[in-house]
Structure formats: C-alpha cells, structure tokens
Write a protein of this length. Structure first.
Length: 208
C-alpha cells in the first residue's frame, strides 16, 4: 500500500473520534528541537508520526496536517534519555500477531460477496512493542477496567521493574545503551488503531 493511499484511508476511515487540528497542539507548545525535526519531515511527501511525551500526545501527520491524534494517558521511560529527533520504525512485535485471511480466486469462478474488513481494527493487538533505530523501543498498552486485562497490565509492570534492571546491566557491559518507553492509550480501540497505523519504515519524531 502506497504512502498516498494509506494517508487517504487513515484520514477518511480511521478518523473515528475526530482528529485534532494543528491549532490544537501548536508548534509553540512543543520543544523547539522537535519542531525543527518535524519541519524537515513535513517538507517531504508521506506520512510521519510525532510522539510528544511532554504534551502527552501521539499524532499521525502528513505535510504538517494531523490525520489522527491519540491521547497518552500516562507514560514512563527507562534507560538512556531519548534525544528529540527522528527515529525510523524497524519492526512491530506482539505476543499474538494479527492474522489475515488471504482469498485466492479460482479461475472462472463467479465473484462472491466477502467481508474484507478494510481496516481490520478488531483483529489488531492491544498490547505491543514498536522497535525504532538507536535501541529505542516503544511499548503500548490500553487503559482498562476489565479485571483480566488489568492483570495483564500488572504483568507488564512486573516485567518493567523486574527485567529492565537486568537489561540495563547487560547493555552497560556490552556498551549498547537502550531506551524503553511505555505509553498508556485511552482505550483498546486507540491501541488497535495505533498498531495498524504505525508500520515498518515509518519515521517518527520522539521527544519531550
């Protein structure tokens, strides 16, 4: 799927809940370094993202126009302080990757009505990680009141405080610094939409 096509789909179909205009989160309120980095991306064609931990917002944009904005309920970081700059997504990872149904038509067979589920949002995961360049990893999970999903979030907290100290020591010895960022999305629907929208090779400005 091309950048232009994806931008149109996101702007038209992913716009549930309403997208914030550029005026709502103006450049004046953002870290000047982040503004400078974003301007360089806005000048080029295509989609990019802006994660502003200070403003508690995650935006998907093109040429300076906000296609979609998600509220970050809360966030936390571990490891090397993230330098406000552009990072490219290397890959996404989740415990249960979404599966797609591939339909192969038989030659001569009459076409049938099939629910394609264009955005497939209901199949997207709510807990996942996005790995960027320079050892930066973003973990996303939703805010929830469901007891079973709350337990899953508790498990994520145990991993955060139980595993990361060991990772810090190991990376220090091997001289490979890392940055771990966790954000909590407002809802499961928001988390699924973020997973669908943030694909490999997407550029993102990350900072505070």
């Amino acid at each position: 799927m091309g950048q232009k096509t994806r931008a149109i789909i996101i702007a038209v179909l992913l716009g549930f809940g309403g997208a914030a205009s550029s005026a709502e989160v103006g450049p004046a309120a953002r870290n000047p370094v982040m503004v400078e980095q974003e301007i360089s991306l806005a000048k080029s064609a295509g989609i990019y993202a802006v994660l502003d931990l200070g403003l508690k917002s995650l935006e998907l944009k093109t040429r300076g126009m906000t296609l979609k904005r998600w509220e970050v309920v809360r966030s936390r970081s571990w490891g090397r302080a993230v330098e406000p700059r552009v990072y490219k997504i290397l890959k996404r990872s989740t415990l249960f990757p979404p599966k797609r149904t591939n339909i192969t038509p038989t030659p001569g067979e009459e076409p049938k009505d099939v629910e394609l589920g264009v955005l497939e949002l209901s199949k997207m995961p709510t807990h996942f990680s996005i790995n960027f360049e320079e050892g930066v990893r973003l973990k996303v999970r939703p805010k929830t009141k469901n007891v079973f999903k709350w337990l899953r979030n508790v498990g994520a907290a145990i991993v955060w405080y139980g595993f990361l100290p060991y990772k810090t020591v190991w990376r220090s010895v091997s001289k490979k610094p890392f940055t771990e960022i966790e954000i909590v999305a407002k809802s499961e629907q928001d988390a699924r939409a973020i997973y669908w929208s943030f694909y490999e090779n997407l550029n993102a400005v990350i900072g505070k």
